[in-house]
Write a protein of this length. Structure first.
Length: 139
């Protein structure tokens, strides 16, 4: 499975192991201001990794409601699903960036590596994917 954390500046990407047990950060795709969302780049990662599906974080408000950004994320997910032919599942991503940032900070990395936003974004994608894997029905 491929995990996706769709952000304003970057799209964090993670992948699960073949057994669907463990999610690991894969990479981060940069978004360019004023350009189309990087659907093709993420779809290519899905192809390369030979995934069976995509899990995307849905950034609900703290009250659990959807806002305009959620609509943008849904559009990206639909485009990604259309492009890859894979099922795209949206999951609540509240607090995943905070969890990823804590994990990166506690990993014993040098300061510059700990503060790398791209590392946090791919880590957030791994948190999103891992939460889905942990709650997913047996395959």
């Amino acid at each position: 499975m491929l995990g996706v954390d769709y952000g304003i500046r970057r799209v964090g990407v993670a992948v699960s192991d073949p057994t669907g047990t463990l999610a690991s950060p894969l990479t981060t795709v940069r978004r360019r201001a004023g350009k189309r969302p990087p659907v093709a780049a993420v779809a290519e990662l899905a192809r390369i990794e030979e995934v069976a599906g995509i899990v995307m974080g849905l950034p609900l408000t703290l009250r659990g409601e959807e806002d305009e950004w959620c609509a943008e994320v849904r559009r990206f997910g639909e485009s990604l699903g259309d492009r890859t032919g894979l099922p795209v599942t949206l999951v609540d991503e509240r607090f995943t960036s905070v969890q990823a940032e804590r994990a990166v900070r506690s990993a014993g990395l040098r300061r510059k590596e700990r503060e790398d936003k791209a590392r946090v974004d791919s880590g957030a994608a791994a948190v999103i994917l891992q939460s889905w894997l942990d709650g997913a029905p047996a395959r």
